[in-house]
Design a protein around this ligand. Structure first.
Ligand code: ZXY
Ligand code: CA
Length: 512
């Protein structure tokens, strides 16, 4: 009975569905390929002060080092061992980063790659990020240790051992994904090793995990690993907190495996969200923004309490992976700011903001020849630090979308309206829409090719508000547009289709 009352009191805080963000924070940022030292500094100087709830970090464990192509981003998705040195830094730097981020209320979520090790044809040697010896021909990874007995070769029935059909769930789980040596996760030994690795990170203070390639693992095997996980470190999290789990399952409605198969284990990435939002903002397939009145579950997406949502991720921003051509990225910055703004204003799901590095895009017959490129690096392949310019943007090829004023301010908006219902919807039956979040915030979009000029019910208390898209509140002044809300909660909005950013957002904390 006592346990039941406690569980009821803390509700979600005991479960793997809760990101355990602090101080009412609601958004995660993926600092893709950032060094631990840079993430630690970013938590203290930017993420904490601006209300980001957490950081998804790149895989912290030892990975292969590839020369062909030259240090691609995906080498981090080819584990060599569970040692904690990667091109983002060593174990000391990782620990320091986790501690410093936790100390300013910013959680760390580690990207966990446990389905496989490196590609079968990757040779033998010490070309690994901590210098551990391995043999990809005989499946020996003595630093874990894993041996040939720990892999799936005997269970897979395709001719070459690779996945041939995504319509056959057994192939997808038991054969090799793109020649990656596939671990036999039904073995207690393998489960123990994976759980030990994750527990080391939990004990250091991470708040949870982004689970890579879950489509390729049996839900029951994952369940066995998750069941072995420790509770979160009580230095920063309340007693009995379970690690936040969000599983990468690319389910666009084709293929044998669905997101639903994983709901009981934790949250799941909703890849249809970014694909559809991209289609809507690009106005492809005759989509219109006003069709998003019932955005979220109304569009057939997974239940709100299971979803992790994002406009783009590290994979599909490169034009491959899930979603394809409709995905909007920083390369289309005007549309991107609107799409991310829409996501952050809307109550559905746990939101993740992408923070990228630039690469030399080179399309030949519609395919980017350079989609493999790794992060900005020195001649020896080591990752460059993230320099911060005087205007607060990032240098050296780091895009830092999360620092863009419009995105940063919409993260604050989401925190301010947290828990408020979607309300006061308006549309022009085309690509102009507006909605509020109770009496705490209101947002207006003009994605039509003509001006928006209309008075709307905002649901907000009367007063003057600063638009946090064209500027922001500084002291008692507003550096952007000012919006007057009258005694009836009505306000007049005028947004030109040629404005730098054709949307306006106000919230309780932007009141002047
Ligand atoms: N790679 C290039 C070359 C090697 C890496 C490629 O052409 N791969 C073949 C397409 C299969 O894509 C992959 C998927 O997941 C991975 C992959 C991978 C997960 C990993 C490591 C990988 O190659 O190398 O940890 C994948 C799985 C799916 C699906 C779509 C893609 O529906 O079930 C890639 C790397 C992609 O394109 C990659 C890497 C890490 C990720 C991810 C994609 O977390 O989502
Ligand atoms: Ca597998």
């Amino acid at each position: 009975m006592r346990l039941f009352i406690l569980a009821a009191l803390f509700g979600l805080s005991l479960t793997q569905y809760n990101p355990h963000t602090k101080h009412g924070r609601t958004a995660i940022v993926h600092l893709f390929e950032w060094r631990w030292a840079d993430i630690a500094a970013e938590c203290e100087r930017f993420l904490g002060p601006n209300g980001y709830g957490g950081v998804q970090i790149s895989p912290p464990n030892e990975h292969i080092v590839l020369n062909e192509p030259w240090r691609p981003w995906w080498q981090r998705y080819q584990p060599i061992s569970h040692k904690l040195c990667s091109r983002s830094g060593n174990e000391t730097e990782l620990k320091d980063m986790i501690t410093r981020c936790n100390n300013v209320g910013v959680n760390i979520y580690a990207d966990a790659v446990i389905n496989h090790m490196c590609i079968a044809g990757s040779g033998e040697g010490n070309h690994s990020s901590c210098g551990s010896w391995f043999n990809a021909g005989t499946s020996e990874f003595p630093s874990v240790p894993f041996s040939s007995l720990d892999f799936n070769d005997n269970k897979c029935s395709t001719a070459n051992g690779d996945i041939e059909s995504y319509c056959d769930a057994r192939q997808v789980r038991d054969c090799r994904l793109n020649h990656l040596l596939d671990l036999a996760m039904e073995k207690e030994y393998v489960r123990d090793k994976q759980a030990d690795f994750m527990n080391t990170l939990i004990d250091m203070g991470v708040a949870g995990f982004r689970m890579d390639a879950c489509k390729h693992m049996w839900p029951d095997d994952l369940s066995a690993v998750f069941g072995r996980l420790h509770n979160l470190n009580t230095k920063w999290f309340s007693n009995g907190s379970r690690p936040f789990i969000y599983q990468e399952v690319i389910d666009l409605g084709t293929g044998a495996i669905t997101s639903r198969d994983y709901f009981r284990l934790g949250r799941v990435t909703e890849f249809r969200y970014g694909a559809k939002l991209g289609t809507v903002f690009r106005k492809w397939d005759q989509e219109k923004l006003f069709y998003t009145k019932k955005w979220g579950e109304g569009w057939g997406f997974m239940p709100d309490d299971k979803a992790v949502v994002f406009v783009d991720n590290h994979d599909n921003q490169r034009g491959h992976g899930a979603g394809g051509a409709s995905i909007i990225t920083f390369w289309d910055s005007r549309l991107y700011k609107m799409a991310v703004g829409y996501m952050l204003a809307h109550p559905y799901g746990v939101t993740r903001v992408m923070s990228s590095f630039r690469w030399n895009r080179n399309f030949v017959n519609g395919k980017d020849q350079n989609d493999w490129m790794g992060p900005p690096s020195h001649g020896d392949g080591s990752t460059k630090p993230v320099p911060i310019n005087p205007d607060q943007t990032c240098g050296d090829g780091w895009v830092c979308e999360h620092r863009w004023r419009q995105i940063k301010n919409m993260v604050t908006f989401r925190n301010v309206v947290n828990g408020q219902p979607h309300s006061n919807w308006w549309d022009n039956q085309s690509n102009q829409v507006a909605f509020g979040r109770g009496n705490r915030g209101f947002i207006v979009f003009n994605n039509d090719d003509w001006v928006l000029d209309v008075s709307l019910n905002t649901g907000m208390p009367s007063g003057y508000y600063c638009d946090v898209i064209s500027g922001e509140k500084e002291g008692n002044k507003c550096t952007g547009k000012q919006i007057k809300v009258d005694d009836n909660g009505k306000a007049h909005f005028k947004i030109s289709n040629s404005d730098e950013d054709p949307f306006v957002a106000i919230h309780a904390n932007s009141k002047l």
